[in-house]
Design a protein around this ligand. Sequence first.
Ligand code: ATP
Ligand code: MG
Ligand code: MG
Ligand code: MG
Length: 465
Amino acid sequence: KHWSISDLLAGKVDADTTVTVKGWVRTRKDSKAGFSFINLHDGSCFDPIQIIAPAELDNYNSEILQATTGASMAVEGKLVASQGKGQSFEVQATAIEVLGLVDDPASYPIQPKPHTMEFLRTVAHLRPRTNAIGAVTRVQNCLAQAIHRFMHERQFYWIHTPLITASDCEGAGEMFRVSTLDQTHMPMTDKGEVDYSQDFFGKEAFLTVSGQLNVETYVSAMSKVYTFGPTFRAENSNTSRHLAEFWMVEPEIAFADLAQNADLAEDMLKYIFKAVLDERGDDLAFFNQRIDKTVIERLEGVVNSEFERMDYTEAVKILQNSGKKFEFPVEWGTDLQSEHERYLAEEKVGKPIVLMNYPKDIKAFYMRMNDDGKTVAAMDVLAPGIGEIIGGSQREERLDILDSRIDEMGLPKENYWWYRDLRRYGTVPHSGFGLGFERAVLYATGMKNIRDVIPFPRAAGTAEF
Ligand code: ATP
Ligand code: MG
Ligand code: MG
Ligand code: MG
């Protein structure tokens, strides 16, 4: 059995016990006094553990002195209280087995020095060995576990929604086609267009942009459900907060209106960011020092403050009277851009905002029509530093109004027959939202680009497959 470095540094093993640790060399320094100091990391926590390797070891010259940054080893030795500042324990090695040396150490891409995030994206297979990406990985894992815990405590059922679908739920035309057609013999219609009606399952098929329509079917029986899985959008913009493949957490609650939906979103964000504050202090200290000096303060702000609630109409007035020169001017009826969202959350209010009741024409067909006939019961949660991290709504549960929206938007009604059935058989008011998981990771880490908070980013121009 070997121990994780996290357990050893946390004092889970008594001093003077003989232990085995396994990991990768971060640095090695050789002292004239007859030993080497090796910093070994294994991903279990931010800090590496210091190994003291005496020159008396049999393989000291032949192997240990060849073990450069990135080499892997298994170390057996005595755990001792550390004399130096900072670290609690170190290991006095009695045997070291070098498992894998590094070919041509001078050209090993991950040197013990700061690398730019842009460079690290070109070596996505090696970048988890760095401090930054290791810390991101632990934080994102903490968030994912906290999401499932929160949902479980609130008695939500996790539903696996399909990734292959026929319906463009958001209506934004950003779907990737899934095709089984033979590219060299494409079936054509009379009009000379490709006949996709003969494609996958005998109809057009796409990768899902959101699991929402499917969670709505389950909420109409299970009362509280969520999906947490990958979604795909052929984003044609190249921004620091959009990916072509990203994960979404989508809770859906029956018998709930927009206000209850907003409360759920606020409670969930508080719960998951508190988990990061409680459990990942080591990684947060790094982010706060090296990436963004306000990240801890901002997380504490989310956990301890009440989110602002504001109507879209009021937000437009605030933006118009702000005296700021925005790249895109705002008028009632336009969708807000990241610059507007960030102004509202960062400069105007200084905490997250739940922005509600957007004009119907900039939102999807399924959102519930308000009595004014102009707005729908939509909500976005805007976070300082990022902008939108959640989009949600109360759903239209009245069949006649849903139908007129489907017609108004020119959507193929026959594709939504099952969705319409939910309104025909025991319809109930219901609401839900989608949290962009990587945007939550961005917020929790202070990282600046969404490509650096997902293991293998798929985005315009950067996919290093
Ligand atoms: P945006 O306005 O930023 O393009 P959206 O309004 O298109 O987002 P929604 O359809 O509301 O997004 O999706 C719900 C959530 O999913 C968003 O609030 C956001 O956190 C996340 N999200 C949307 N598109 C992307 C993307 N391309 N990459 C990463 N996360 C995304
Ligand atoms: Mg979008
Ligand atoms: Mg949006
Ligand atoms: Mg949205």
